[in-house]
Ligand binder design. Structure first.
Ligand code: SAM
Length: 244
């Protein structure tokens, strides 16, 4: 085991993560030239239905992995909060999912918890799901056994068999799906659960309805934008702040 990069993981996983982040960054640079970031709102208007755009075609062979520094933050947050029940909306080739699985596995090990996988991952594109599974296999059982990958539209695959007590929801998904996904999972969130959303500043127009919802008076959420590239939102679910 090594703690290089703040991550407790065997060397082969650290090397794989480095390689995958590099490949993702190379692809993104080609997609957007010199711009800092390529986001779904570049192609999708706010609220545009995912299926009617060419965005999926363009993204089918792209990683668009969560940035490495954000992955490190999410890993540390999961370790610090002791989260054992995590959902990822948008898995792609499974890069961020590796961090989620590693962190949850450490928390479960500490608790002697051998139960069901602690990470529900979601991916619409069959080819991407296959690549993700290959990457997790390369990592080995510590990662593989911790992930329940739901293939298909997450608004369907997450509508059943999600147990109560979700500690953390990572929204790394096309912006029109952020709010519907939050609303779907909200009844399952544990008090003080964390919801993380990527590129909220860069893709602000796509997140408009999401923010109207979480910032509404008595929404049950508190939120702040962390100063990562593109903005990374950390939202806490605190139902005592919610009025019926
Ligand atoms: C930004 S990428 C996720 C990157 C990933 N978290 C990582 O760090 O490697 C978003 C992914 O969401 C997937 N996606 C888009 N719409 C979806 C839907 N309705 N259901 C499930 N997955 C979807 C896309 O195919 C894409 O791979």
């Amino acid at each position: 085991m090594t703690s290089e990069l703040c991550i407790d993981a065997p060397q082969h996983i650290i090397h794989l993560l480095r390689k995958l982040h590099d490949l993702s960054a190379e692809q993104e640079a080609k997609l957007k030239g010199n711009a800092t970031r390529f986001v779904s709102t570049d192609v999708l208007g706010p609220g545009a239905p995912n299926k009617d755009s060419n965005f999926d075609d363009l993204m089918r062979d792209k990683f668009i992995a969560l940035d490495e520094d954000k992955c490190h933050f999410v890993y540390q947050l999961i370790r610090a909060t002791g989260a054992t029940n995590v959902i990822e909306a948008g898995t792609s080739f499974g890069v961020s999912t590796i961090y989620l699985a590693l962190a949850v596995a450490e928390n479960k090990k500490r608790l002697g918890d051998q139960s069901r996988p602690g990470v529900i991952a979601t991916e619409n594109e069959p080819e991407k799901a296959t690549r993700a599974r290959q990457h997790w296999k390369e990592c080995g059982p510590v990662v593989e056994k911790e992930i329940d990958l739901r293939e298909g539209n997450l608004l369907e695959t997450l509508s059943k068999d999600v147990e109560d007590g979700v500690d953390l929801l990572l929204l790394d998904i096309w912006t029109p799906l952020a709010l519907p996904t939050l609303k779907l999972i909200q009844p399952k969130l544990t008090p003080q659960a964390v919801v993380l959303s990527d590129n909220v500043t860069m893709a602000a127009s796509g997140y408009q309805e999401f923010f109207e919802y979480i910032k509404a008076p008595n929404s049950g959420f508190r939120t702040l934008t962390l100063p990562y590239l593109g903005g990374f939102e950390m939202t806490i679910y605190d139902p005592k702040e919610q009025q019926s």
